[in-house]
Design a protein around this ligand. Structure first.
Ligand code: CU
Length: 156
């Protein structure tokens, strides 16, 4: 009988220890880093290497766009253009076609942030604050590219 009791006590103490450990390991919101680095690469096959990017609201995002191809930006130029909520991507990309002199960035107030247009072997880095929680479209506005060179930034 005494043996059984001490076994019961052992289990009880064991459980208590586990609970304490679990509460220490529970996530703390303030542990979200203030800054995040994102590297997005593109190539001569008209592709981005990522279709989903993640960040936390109010994080300072440093994004580097790489072009790992060889073609000139006049033939296979790429950029990263992050659009505000509610912007019609097709309409925006269509107007971007007419903004050739401005590296296919149309006038207006629809963009959160964008890189310059780059060719093979080039890269560009931008820094901006993550917008509020939500999902945001990004595209390459070079003519004919937005259909497949697109993705979303998920802000948690
Ligand atoms: Cu492109």
């Amino acid at each position: 009988m005494k043996k059984i009791f001490s076994l019961f006590l052992f289990i009880l103490l064991g459980c208590g220890g586990n609970n304490q450990k679990a509460s220490i390991e529970s996530e703390n919101e303030s542990s979200v880093p203030k800054e995040i680095n994102i590297i997005l690469s593109s190539n001569d096959n008209m592709l981005f290497d990522k279709q989903i990017l993640y960040a936390y609201s109010r994080q300072k995002i440093t994004l580097t766009l790489n072009h790992n191809g060889k073609l000139d930006k006049k033939i296979m130029g790429h950029n990263f253009v992050l659009l505000k909520t509610g912007v019609d991507v097709v309409d925006f990309a269509t107007r971007a076609l007419e903004a050739r002199e401005n590296d296919y960035i149309p006038e207006g107030d629809e963009i959160i942030s964008y890189t310059k247009l780059i060719g093979g072997g080039e890269s560009d880095t931008i820094t901006f604050d993550a917008p509020t929680k939500g999902t945001y479209n990004y595209i390459c506005t070079f003519p004919g590219h937005y259909g497949i060179m697109k993705g979303i930034l998920v802000v948690k």
